[in-house]
Design a protein around this ligand. Structure first.
Ligand SMILES: Nc1nc2c(ncn2[C@@H]2O[C@H](COP(=O)(O)OP(=O)(O)OP(=O)(O)O)[C@@H](O)[C@H]2O)c(=O)[nH]1
Ligand SMILES: [Mg+2]
Length: 369
């Protein structure tokens, strides 16, 4: 799972990136118009799903492996942003690869850090970024239209129909984008949606917006996304708020100190946990678990994944030689306490290839190669 972090210059992208990855990428306020960063920052966050503790107590494994989310910070080019040229070339590719987008919006006052626009205005900045994403897609679609027009020139009669259909689809998507409707929010037939996946359009991706609050507002986190409601309500984007700078400092402390400090500030959930939860929600990912005395592990897969595909995620041999899956729901396992008891109570189920894995399932794949 990969999330691209983007936003206007000095919105706090690197700060948030560090908070999420416990990283130490250089945080530099740009003043002269040149971002200090030369390429994307890439780092990994581990998803601390508390349910894994139950498996650890069941199996006492040699090691415990959590699922991961990769965050990459996409640098902004100050001269381009807001002028529809920002997302292009090299950076476009790294955003296109991502499974979801996280737009960081500046909501902190800091006189020593230059503003991308004219003074502090999170709603304006969020809107700018939404337009930037739409413009990037318009460019992708225009390039495709030009290719289709070329293709039409030499096309035989039988080839004309599909080309014309695609042209009509793209024109319709463009109309929507031009009036500010992201592709994610445009009605699409299932076939069309599937066809469009190959284009890796930015506004088709799940979107999260993070208000980067000032230190003095950190405790108001939960209430602040309200200000973005009018902008995001009809846009199926998720919004959260925290103070990136504080979260970055907290993430670099020893866990015990971090907890104590967090409590003293009146902060509950960490910024990292909040973002990971939101990332799983917008990408519609579920977590299943595997366990034995060697390793306990959490796996993130798209909702709707079948048992045989889940097995393939663990190892290709397991899907090739799949016999069946033994499955216990997390709640049943918690209640029963041991696998033997789960078996006795009949909640350890035998499932076939087509079983749709549920969030929290504890899965043991039986296979033969
Ligand atoms: N007071 C305050 N300052 C912050 C906060 N978040 C970021 N900053 C400061 O803003 C400046 C820019 O932060 P970065 O995280 O480098 O911003 P960026 O979006 O990565 O910037 P570019 O990559 O240069 O576009 C730094 O000096 C940060 O310390 C915050 O929550 N509060
Ligand atoms: Mg940066």
């Amino acid at each position: 799972m990969e999330v691209a972090i983007l936003g206007l210059p000095n919105s706090g992208k690197t700060t948030v990136f560090n908070a999420l990855t416990r990283g130490s990428a250089e945080v530099v306020p740009y003043a002269s118009g040149a971002s200090g960063q030369s390429g994307p920052n890439v780092g990994v966050a581990r998803v601390h799903d508390p349910r894994i503790d139950l498996l650890v107590s069941l199996f006492s494994p040699k090691r415990t492996v959590l699922s991961e989310v990769t965050y990459s910070e996409v640098p902004a080019t100050p001269e381009g942003l807001g002028k529809t040229q920002s997302i292009s070339g090299l950076y476009l590719n790294s955003i296109q690869r991502a499974d979801a987008l996280l737009v960081v919006v500046r909501a902190f006052e800091n006189e020593s850090v230059a503003h991308a626009g004219d003074g502090l205005d999170p709603v304006r900045d969020a809107e700018t970024m939404l337009y930037e994403l739409a413009f990037a897609d318009l460019e992708i679609l225009d390039r495709r239209l030009a290719r289709l027009a070329d293709g039409l020139k030499g096309a035989k009669a039988a080839e004309r129909d599909p080309i014309a259909r695609e042209q009509a689809l793209i024109e319709r998507l463009k109309d929507g984008l031009e009036s500010g409707t992201h592709i994610r929010d445009q009605p699409l037939a299932r076939d069309d949606a599937h066809f469009l996946e190959g284009f890796q359009l930015l506004t088709a991706k799940p979107l999260m917006v993070l208000l980067n609050l000032g230190e003095d507002e950190a405790a108001e986190g939960a209430a602040r996304p309200e200000s973005l409601r009018p902008l995001l309500d009809e846009r199926s984007a998720r919004c959260a708020a925290f103070c990136g700078k504080l979260e970055m400092e907290l993430s670099q402390m020893e866990p015990a100190d971090e907890q104590e400090f967090r409590a003293s500030l009146g902060l509950s959930e960490s910024g990292l946990d909040l973002m990971l939860r939101m990332t799983h929600e917008v990408t519609d990912v579920i977590t299943f678990f595997t366990g034995n005395t060697n390793e306990v592990r959490a796996w993130a897969v798209p909702r709707g994944t079948s048992a045989v595909n889940a097995a393939g995620k663990i190892h290709s041999d397991m899907s090739r030689g799949f016999i069946r899956a033994e499955v216990v729901a997390y709640d049943d396992m918690e209640r029963c306490g041991t696998l033997a008891e789960a078996r006795r109570q009949g909640v350890l189920r035998q499932e076939g290839k087509g079983y749709i894995v549920k969030d929290g399932d504890i899965v043991n794949i039986l296979f033969n190669v």
